[in-house]
Write a protein that binds this ligand. Structure first.
Ligand code: GTP
Ligand code: NA
Ligand code: MG
Length: 457
């Protein structure tokens, strides 16, 4: 149950770090799931959210004999992609969160995207804990499944201790170069001044209990005010999806407030603001990630923080990556509608479309931004004439066909992680429009370059 007497909401924790440092695998390890294995190319391309109920955290941290009370309902964890073209998704994730885990691969130390993540966290003044991951890769590491890190360290040989010490010192020195003091969490006497490092393995589970306990304890100790419920509902749409039996639904991270069935919401849409009533509030079963298919639990009302799915009419053109607004009895509808469209205007203003260029279609506003960002980079440099979020429609294809007369190779739809129905594909063929589909951004762009013969080189 979500009810807690002290009125604190669950902290939202974001996982950041370099590509392949083990962010998704860490989550898998805590959940006992295998999301990472199901990802295209093993790369996380969208933000996912997982709720860990406090009972579960208690269970996982039992061995640490934490007598400190855990008085939050749980922990909501948001995974982010590491690949460099997803800067805005990382930024969105880090913008949502109360606390973060910065994952560093112990074999690699600080890498470019670790440093980028670090600057995001510094910019927002977000507290974070370093997970020094992949300790099981230290030569001669003796596996102690899911053990607290000190217990695991006691089992290790002198050589492992030496290698561990060397690599740890290197990482601490690298953080120092970035202007940050870091220290092993159990040696850290000045939390807040000095950032804590928790050695972990996402494969064998050592250090996971420590990481969980530290996260929750730190959040509830230092963020009471931030974690206290507010009446104002705050929510961000992560994804827009058609679900059998529910029509088009939106996946939302409910950051604050209480949401009820029947509430009037306003969301940003491709064709203007969408006003609708919440028909159903759904969550996956605890410990299952929101992006993975499964059976849902219905809620009459739900308290933040949670990853939820909302079913309502008219959501077909809703745009993922934008804020969801709840219309209160005293709110001015026009004002709320304006506010709802702000995120879209922001992206539109930034891209600068040209009259000659490809059409870009993506599954979320976040991935669209990422794709546009990538297309703009020197060496890629593909001009864009039009954009869209969601499935490719026949009218998109018709619009693109106009480009054939201007510049044939740009009569192309770059479709990232979206549905293209057979009849849309047929129309494209008939009109001479290419639809390139892919679910990895740089592969999609490579495809385009192969076809056009690197026309921009
Ligand atoms: P992106 O989402 O692409 O940025 O990657 P990520 O940080 O989520 O990393 P991911 O979980 O996809 O893991 C990358 C690779 O490292 C996979 O092959 C994992 O199996 C491996 N890996 C992750 N954590 C560990 C660990 O603790 N030990 C070992 N040995 N391998 C790990
Ligand atoms: Na990966
Ligand atoms: Mg990942």
């Amino acid at each position: 149950s979500q009810d807690v007497s002290n009125g604190l909401r669950s902290p939202i924790c974001c996982i950041l770090g370099h590509v392949d440092s083990g962010k998704t695998k860490l989550l898998d390890c805590i959940r006992s799931t295998k999301v990472q294995e199901g990802e295209a190319g093993g790369i996380t391309q969208q933000i996912g959210a997982t709720f860990f109920p406090v009972q579960n955290i208690r269970k996982r941290t039992k061995e640490l004999k934490a007598d400190a009370k855990l008085n939050v309902p749980g922990l909501l964890v948001i995974d982010t992609p590491g690949h460099e073209s997803f800067a805005n998704l990382r930024s969105r994730g880090s913008g949502l969160c109360d606390i973060a885990i910065l994952v560093v691969d112990i074999m690699h130390g600080l890498e470019p995207l670790t440093i980028e993540s670090l600057s995001l966290l510094k910019m927002r003044g977000t507290e974070f804990i370093v997970a020094l991951n992949k300790v099981d890769r230290l030569y001669g590491w003796k596996i102690c499944p899911n053990a607290p890190i000190l217990k695991a360290m006691k089992q290790q040989s002198k050589d492992v201790h030496i290698e561990f010490g060397n690599r740890l010192n290197q990482v601490i020195a690298q953080f120092k170069e970035q202007g940050l003091n870091t220290e092993l969490y159990y040696k850290n006497k000045e939390m807040g001044e000095t950032f804590s490092i928790v050695p972990t393995s996402a494969i064998t589970g050592e250090g996971i209990p420590d990481l969980l306990l530290l996260l929750v304890q730190w959040a509830q100790k230092t963020m009471i005010e931030k974690l206290t419920y507010q009446n104002q509902v705050q929510g961000i749409i992560l994804e827009v999806k058609v679900v059998e039996g529910y029509g088009t639904t939106i996946d939302v991270v409910l950051v604050n407030g209480v949401l009820r069935e029947g509430d009037r919401i306003v969301v940003c849409g491709m064709k203007g603001p969408i006003l609708t009533n919440i028909r159903a509030i759904l969550t996956p079963h605890p410990m299952k990630e929101l992006r993975v298919k499964g059976v849902f639990v219905h809620h009459k009302e739900i308290k933040a923080a949670q990853g939820i799915k909302i079913a309502a009419q008219g959501l077909k053109h809703a745009i993922a990556g934008t804020e969801m607004h709840v219309l209160g009895p005293d709110d001015d509808l026009e004002y709320v509608k304006e506010a709802a469209m702000e995120d879209m205007r922001y992206v539109m203003n930034r891209i600068g479309t040209s009259s000659v260029g490809v059409h870009v279609q993506a599954s979320t506003l976040g991935s669209l931004e990422a794709l546009l960002e990538f297309l703009k980079t020197p060496g890629v440099n593909v001009p864009v004439s039009n954009i869209g979020v969601g499935p490719v429609h026949e009218r998109d294809v018709r619009k693109v066909s106009v480009m054939i007369e201007r510049k044939k190779e740009y009569a192309t739809v770059l479709a990232f992680d979206v549905v293209v129905k057979p009849k849309v594909q047929e129309l494209a063929q008939k009109l001479g429009v290419k639809i390139l589909r892919g679910d990895i951004i740089y592969h999609l762009v490579d495809q385009f370059k192969a076809i056009t013969g690197c026309l921009n080189e």
